[in-house]
Design a protein around this ligand. Structure first.
Ligand SMILES: [Zn+2]
Ligand SMILES: [Zn+2]
Length: 347
C-alpha cells in the first residue's frame, strides 16, 4: 500500500513536470521553428524528452561513478566508450519522432488488423475479470508478457543472420559501459519498437500511464551494461538482470577456453533465461566484444559510419538465402554472411 502511494506521488510530480516542460520549453520551441503540431502533441514530446533527460542524469550521476569505483573490466582505451554516449543523446532526442512517425501509424494500422483477427479492440488484459480494480497487477502481467517477448526477440536477433547483422553493432563494443544500451542500429530500433508495441496493443495497455516504471525499466538496462563488478546477489540475480549477468552476454569468445553457448538474453527479468535453459552464472571475467573482424571494425567508426556499415551487413544478409537460415555467421569482405561454428561470432 505504501509502495503504491509513493508511486502515485512520484507519478503526480512527474506529470506536473511534464506539463511545465511542455508549456514552457517544447511548445515555444515548436512555435519558434514554425512546426506547430507537425511533430506530434507537445505533451508527448515533453514526456519522451524528460524521461530521457532523467535517465541520462541518473546514469551520469550514479552508474558512471560506479564504473570508476568498482570496475569489472580494466579498459585499454577509454575513448571507445564515448560514441555510446553520443548514441544515447541521439536516441533521447529522436525518441519523440520515433513515437510519432513510426509507432503511432503502426498502432493505427495494426490495430485494424487485430480487429480482423478477432483480438478485442480494448486488448486481452481488459477481459480478465475485475482487472480494472488492480492496475498494478495489470501492469505486472503486461510487463511480464513484454519482457518474455523481448527475450525471444533477442534470441532471434542472435539466431537469424540478417537480424544479427543489425544487432551485432550493439555487441561490437569492446568496453561495454553504462551508455552501451543505446548503441544500436536505428533500423533495429524501429523493428524492435514495432514488435514490442504489438504486445502492448494485443494486451491493451497504455504504457504512458506507467511513466515511473517505464523509466525504471530503462535504468535496469543501463545498469546491466555498467562496467561494475557489483551484482544483485545470488538470489535476486535469478529474477532480475544485473551487470554481471548481462556482461556474460557480451563476452568475447576465447579460442583457448572451451566454447560457451549463447546465454543471458533477458532484458530486465532473468527468469526467462533460467526457465528456458540459457542462463549462465560464471564468476570469472572475460573481455567483451565480437570475434568477427568485420563487426569489430565498428570500433574504428563514428556513429553515422557505424550505422552505414551495419546497414551494409544487413543488406548483404537480407538479400541472400543464407541470411534467413537460422545459423551463426560472420561477414566476409563483401558483407556476405558466412556460416561459422557457434562460438566464433561472439554472439
Ligand atoms: Zn545480444
Ligand atoms: Zn547488451
Amino acid at each position: 500500500m505504501a509502495t503504491r502511494s509513493m508511486l502515485d506521488v512520484l507519478a503526480q510530480w512527474w506529470w506536473l513536470a511534464v506539463d511545465w516542460f511542455s508549456a514552457h520549453a517544447v511548445a515555444p520551441a515548436l512555435a519558434a521553428l514554425h512546426l506547430g503540431n507537425l511533430l506530434g502533441d507537445p505533451q508527448d514530446i515533453a514526456f519522451a524528452l524528460l524521461t530521457g533527460f532523467v535517465q541520462i542524469a541518473i546514469v551520469a550521476c550514479v552508474f558512471r561513478p560506479l564504473e570508476a569505483f568498482a570496475p569489472a573490466d580494466a579498459w585499454r582505451d577509454g575513448k571507445l566508450t564515448w560514441v555510446d554516449l553520443r548514441f544515447t543523446f541521439v536516441l533521447v532526442v529522436f525518441s519523440p519522432l520515433l513515437a510519432f512517425l513510426v509507432l503511432s501509424p503502426f498502432a493505427n494500422l495494426f490495430g485494424g488488423m487485430l480487429d480482423r483477427l478477432g483480438v478485442p479492440a480494448d486488448g486481452l488484459l481488459n477481459h480478465i475479470p475485475r482487472i480494472q480494480e488492480h492496475p498494478y497487477l495489470a501492469f505486472g502481467i503486461y510487463y511480464a508478457a513484454n519482457d518474455l517477448a523481448y527475450y525471444w526477440m533477442h534470441r532471434a536477433q542472435h539466431a537469424i543472420p540478417w537480424w544479427w547483422a543489425l544487432h551485432s553493432m550493439h555487441h561490437s563494443q569492446r568496453q561495454v559501459n553504462c551508455w552501451t544500451n543505446s548503441r544500436v542500429s536505428w533500423l533495429d530500433v524501429v523493428i524492435e519498437s514495432c514488435l514490442l508495441a504489438t504486445v502492448g496493443l494485443v494486451m491493451g495497455v497504455d504504457v504512458g500511464q506507467f511513466a515511473v516504471l517505464v523509466l525504471l525499466t530503462q535504468l535496469v538496462q543501463d545498469l546491466a551494461h555498467t562496467n561494475t563488478r557489483l551484482g544483485f546477489g545470488r538470489y535476486l540475480d535469478r529474477l532480475i538482470v544485473d551487470p554481471r549477468f548481462h556482461r556474460q552476454h557480451h563476452w568475447l569468445p576465447d579460442p583457448s577456453q572451451p566454447p560457451l553457448p549463447d546465454c543471458n538474453f533477458g532484458q530486465v527479468l532473468s527468469i526467462w533465461d533460467n526457465l528456458f535453459g540459457t542462463a549462465r552464472y560464471v564468476r570469472a571475467t572475460r573481455a567483451s566484444g565480437v570475434g568477427d573482424a568485420m563487426i569489430d571494425a565498428d570500433n574504428h567508426h563514428g556513429m553515422l559510419a557505424m550505422q552505414w556499415f551495419c546497414l551494409r551487413r544487413f543488406v548483404g544478409a537480407f538479400t541472400r538465402r543464407a541470411g534467413w537460415k537460422p545459423q551463426f555467421v560472420s561477414f566476409d569482405g563483401k558483407y556476405r554472411p558466412v556460416p561459422v561454428p557457434a562460438d566464433v561470432d561472439a554472439s
